[in-house]
Design a protein around this ligand. Sequence first.
Ligand code: S3P
Length: 174
Amino acid sequence: VMEVTGARNIILEGFMGSGKTTVSEILADKLDLELLDTDAAIVEAEGRSISDIFETDGEESFRDMETALLETASSEHFREMVISLGGGLVLRKENRELLQELGKVVYLRTKPETVYERVRYDDSRPLLKTADPLSTIRKMQSDRGSIYELAADFIIDTDDLTPSEIADRIIEEL
Ligand code: S3P
């Protein structure tokens, strides 16, 4: 019998529209693992949308909810799950440290133009509701790029891959 010693969760990080949610669903399915999507878990716990939370309580409160959720995940000893992270969760150093203990972090790296094509008709992302979303995406990505890299155990460039191909790539790398 193999003993599970370390944390073995598969954690997906990356910018909004990088495909984390879709890829995590495929991965969980292929590997027969449970799935934790931090955005979905917060929406469910709060009973309101992310846009509502940002509007009413502000971004910092949402970030606190993300940290609280990660702390619960750590304390409950999740061992083999697929965890899909909200795009800004890794911005906090505290969160990046918690993630290291939780498992392997995969960065789905995606070009701004690809992100823009994926999110342009989707109004669920308050941070991209600006007059010029493509410029916002470019600016936010250049601000955050090195943080995603810092938090990653490995990186996959997703622009030319289907979600299923990305999932297969992750399984090969594990
Ligand atoms: C955010 C990303 C969103 C969501 C919130 C903030 C961000 O998640 O958590 O709107 O700061 O990048 P997705 O990456 O799943 O869109």
